[in-house]
Design a protein around this ligand. Structure first.
Ligand SMILES: Cc1ncc(COP(=O)(O)O)c(C=O)c1O
Length: 427
């Protein structure tokens, strides 16, 4: 009998990939060289299906109005759609109460909201914030700014040579002076999936709050804030644009009592209860954190994106990416001169593969691949500490999503073989 592992990867994919691809018209286009697009830059941003594009058009065509204050029909409809989108996002990540969902612009703003609204209020000089060496800049810079402003201490859990975190070191780095651990669930530069349970358990043991950067986990695997919350996670930050939704809509989930203990981030309309000439009082959560006119249309389109992913099932999304990543790890390992960074198996990594090609600058790799239609990312991936730890200035990175196929991995591999021949790579 043929075992699952013997089947070609494409036959093991958990859903009808051809049907999925039909929902993404952009995947049919040719790039400037005339080659068919092979989009492998999903860790930077995903593509959007027709269902999401239609939702944006439908909102502006049929319901467009400002929300919350209006009594006219359009305003009431727009408000309902906006709040329905909040409820959809809450259901998607298992939040008990839609008020725990704050709409922001992106993961970066969600993390900054915690830095300003919680940390500035609650942290004193000498208190410690712990992050890791594999964070995206958006989970490093806000804490450095806070350190310089407030005299807190910023500590890093180091990366091991295989791209995983040094969990033994984490145990001693998180101390009873640690007030917040802010940690990625998955590295965008290396794909490492972080064992949150170990780190969160240590944070909880010392009474620290925990923020999880879910920019690379929520779009790609099942994430349930009930489970995270019972481990001891207080905040989860993620971006719509990496999970089929438009740019400019992000999410901060927080435990309600913690959100209620926080100061607002920005002042202005919509976030107040009362305003006099002397002082103002704040609206309840979530309005307290959504000053000014929000990104109504894109929040509603995020609701459509969440519907799309829910219909696929996040277990299937993860299974698909694991298969593609497993295939790509094996396929790229056969390309002469390629070195793959990070954990060697698809079990402990998401759909991200960072690599180098012996002696060829990543930008050259990216440019030659583009002539074949293959879109990858090159550079430091907003994770310069990872590049320092790997001792490279930059890497080439291929990243996968629900619509990628093993044929596209083959196109990447044969493109790399050609880059290698062109630049005289021998190994
Ligand atoms: C792990 C991680 N965190 C944070 C971010 C920042 O996301 P955004 O640019 O949407 O704010 C990214 C973006 O690539 C990321 O991969």
């Amino acid at each position: 009998m043929t075992s699952l592992a013997d089947l070609p990867a494409v036959e093991r994919l958990p859903y009808d990939i051809a049907r999925i691809r039909r929902d993404f018209p952009i995947l049919k286009r040719e790039v400037s060289s005339g080659a068919r697009l092979v989009y492998l830059d999903n860790a930077a941003t995903s593509q959007r299906p027709v269902q999401v594009l239609a939702e944006i058009t439908r909102f502006y065509r049929d319901h467009n109005a400002n929300i919350h204050r209006g009594v006219h029909t359009l305003s009431v409809e727009a408000t309902e759609l906006y709040e329905q989108a909040r409820a959809k996002v809450a259901r998607f990540i298992g939040a008990a109460d839609p008020r725990e969902i704050i709409f922001t612009h992106n993961t970066t703003e969600s993390i900054n909201l915690v830095a300003h609204g919680w940390a500035r209020k609650h942290l004193q000089p000498g208190d410690e914030v712990v992050i890791s060496e594999i964070e995206h800049h958006s989970n490093i810079v806000p804490w450095q700014m806070l350190r310089d402003e407030r005299g807190i201490t910023l500590k890093y859990i180091p990366m091991l040579p295989d791209g995983t975190l040094d969990l033994d070191a984490a145990r001693s780095i998180i101390t009873d002076r640690t007030r917040l651990v802010s940690i990625t669930a998955m590295s965008n530069a290396l794909g490492t999936i972080v064992p949150l349970d170990v780190i969160v358990a240590r944070a909880r043991a010392v009474g620290a709050l925990v923020l999880v950067d879910g920019a690379q986990s929520v779009p790609h695997m099942p994430v349930d804030v009930q489970t995270l919350g019972s481990l001891g996670v207080d905040f989860l930050a993620f971006s719509g644009h990496k999970m089929l939704a438009p740019f400019g809509i992000g999410i901060l989930w927080g435990r309600l009592p913690v959100l209620e203990s926080m100061d607002p981030f920005m002042g202005g309309g919509d976030m107040i209860l009362t305003v006099s000439m002397e002082r103002s009082t704040w609206a309840d959560v979530p309005a307290k954190f959504e000053a000014g006119t929000p990104n109504v249309g894109d929040a509603i389109a995020l609701g459509a994106a969440v519907d799309y992913l829910s219909a696929l099932g996040m277990d299937a999304v993860r299974r698909h990416e694991r298969e593609i990543t497993d295939y790509a790890l094996r396929r790229l390992a056969d390309v002469p001169g390629v070195t793959i960074f990070g954990v060697p198996d698809a079990e402990r990594r998401g759909g991200v593969i960072s690599f180098e090609l012996d002696g060829v600058h990543p930008h050259d790799i990216g440019q030659v691949l583009d002539t074949k239609g293959v879109a990858i990312r090159t550079g430091h991936h907003c994770a310069q500490p990872v590049m320092l730890a790997l001792n490279v200035p930059a890497t080439a990175r291929a990243s996968f999503y629900i619509y990628n196929t093993t044929d596209e991995v083959d196109a990447l591999a044969s493109g790399l073989e050609e880059v290698g021949r062109f630049f005289g790579v021998r190994k």
